[in-house]
Design a protein around this ligand. Structure first.
Ligand SMILES: Nc1ncnc2c1ncn2[C@@H]1O[C@H](COP(=O)(O)OP(=O)(O)O)[C@@H](O)[C@H]1O
Ligand SMILES: [Mg+2]
Length: 460
């Protein structure tokens, strides 16, 4: 149904991060009303204390009691640090952005470390903008396009004006518009029977679909266009539009506007590498104004920095400073180091983090899984990836998981399924698992292998 409030345009689509493929089974923290972990729930298995701690953290975030603090996830590889970060963002709500990066990504030859971090932070702040706009909306009853000679080529004709009769269930109206709207109509292949919407101010034409009541809809039974009911109400009406963007999207849009078409003409519209701090300030002011006027809502998301011990002192102090700002996401730092030197210094420190940052953090530890837990997680992943496993294959994968890591065996599961598929088998057998386990190395094996061949490999 097309009503006044339920037209929703999402422009541009919020860029969700792609690297979360291995965590699609995580739907939340899997807690009960008292924030106690249910052994298997929301795709989560075991890791009880970490999940309950994360539950309290989510509660505090929602009550605004965690501001200025970061969350640290500390634990061995493959113990669910990323999984818990994903779960925290799921618990925070549907519109909440989740951005994942590695500590190593801040080192680039082209951009400053702080710029990379700033951009990541701004990608994590979702802004839902509500806007009331006047639109003409209706089913096209008739359409008449007038053309005129092309100004530079009089033998060619170009659209000049268009006269459109629109109808709703309530009224019928004829409007006349200029060449820009005429052109959009021709380009969009819009004809009688289509339901369109024209922004009264900008003249942007949107094709909403084919009217169910029209002759066109009856003539075309195979058509890719959506069929929609004939709009109700007045033809000229106020409609609410909702755009979901991030502060980073707004920064880029503003930067482009400011540099004007001129730059883009000369340099092929290349994306600006760095955003002027002035632009960010202007965007923040604008967004705050929209919020005050009830036109926008802010959704602070989660910035997850994996391998955070790879950040250096400059990055840590930047993060500490950023946490004091108003528009900040939840920052989750993950590490699998115990005591190590802080990058860029000779100072040894817990987790490789500066003390003042640790002081302002809540630390959640993750521990290794039991065979039973590994088995349950494999079962959930198999279901998620639509893989059927023979019992023996699951036994073998569990055994490998205990010996190596959960992450490795989760990967082997997908590879085994691929192997079974290649041999046209419906079910993954123990043989598939044994084969791929022989073909691929886990980290420990790879390290030993490389050590053995070190001399030969490092000849250059
Ligand atoms: N408690 C858990 N319940 C369900 N799945 C889990 C759990 N812990 C980890 N996983 C899954 O196991 C795999 C490895 O975990 P991951 O979160 O990548 O570990 P880490 O980030 O600590 O290296 C991922 O696919 C993850 O989603
Ligand atoms: Mg991880």
């Amino acid at each position: 149904m097309i009503g006044v409030a339920d037209i929703r345009e999402i422009v541009p689509e919020m860029r969700r991060f792609e690297r979360i493929g291995a965590h699609t089974h995580i739907r939340g923290l899997g807690l009960d009303e008292k924030l106690k972990a249910v052994n298997i729930k929301d795709g989560m298995v075991g890791q009880t204390e970490a999940r309950e701690a994360a539950g309290l953290v989510v509660q505090m975030i929602k009550e605004g009691k965690l501001s200025g603090k970061t969350i640290i996830l500390a634990g061995p590889p493959g113990t669910g640090k990323t999984a818990i970060a994903v779960a925290i963002s799921k618990e925070l709500g549907k519109n909440v952005p989740f951005i994942q990066m590695s500590g190593s990504e801040i080192y680039s030859t082209e951009r400053k470390k702080t710029e990379i971090l700033m951009e990541a932070i701004r990608k994590c702040i979702g802004v839902e903008i509500h806007e009331m706009r006047k639109v003409y909306e209706g089913e096209i009853k008739s359409i008449n396009i007038q053309t005129k000679p092309h100004p530079y080529n009089p033998y060619q004709r170009v659209p000049d004006r268009v006269r459109i009769t629109l109808k709703t269930t309530e009224e019928e109206k004829t409007i006349e518009a200029g060449s820009s709207i005429a052109q959009q109509i021709i380009q969009g292949g819009i004809t009688e029977g289509d339901v369109i919407q024209i922004d009264a101010e900008t003249g942007r034409v949107s094709h909403l679909g084919i009217s169910l009541e029209s002759q066109k809809s009856k003539d075309l039974d195979i058509d890719t266009s959506a069929k929609v009911p004939r709009p109700s109400g007045k033809i000229l009406k106020d409609k609410e539009f909702v755009y979901t963007m991030t502060l980073n999207d707004l920064d880029n849009m503003t930067a482009k506007q400011r540099s004007g078409g001129f730059f883009s003409l000369l340099f092929g519209g290349e994306e600006t590498k760095e955003i002027d701090p002035e632009i960010r300030t202007a965007v923040d002011e604008q967004v705050k104004k929209w919020v005050d006027e009830g036109k926008a809502k802010i959704f602070p998301g989660v910035l997850f920095i994996d391998d955070s011990h790879l950040l250096d002192l400059e990055a840590f102090s930047f993060i500490s400073r950023a946490m004091e700002g108003e528009l900040v996401p939840i920052i989750i730092l993950a590490t699998n180091r115990g005591v190590t030197t802080i990058r860029g210094t000779n100072v040894k420190s817990l987790l490789g983090f500066p003390l003042d940052l640790i002081d302002r953090s809540v630390i959640i530890g993750t521990r290794e899984y039991s065979a039973e837990e590994i088995r349950e997680i494999l079962k959930i992943r198999a279901k998620e990836e639509k893989i059927t496993l023979e019992e023996e294959a699951l036994d073998e994968l569990t055994r490998i998981g205990e010996e190596t890591s959960l992450r490795f065996t989760v990967q082997l599961l997908s590879l085994s399924a691929q192997n079974a598929k290649v041999s046209d088998k419906e079910k993954v057998t123990k043989d598939d698992v044994l084969r791929v386990n022989k073909l691929f190395m886990d980290i420990k094996e790879a390290a030993e292998y490389l050590k053995k061949y070190e001399e030969k490999l490092m000849v250059h």
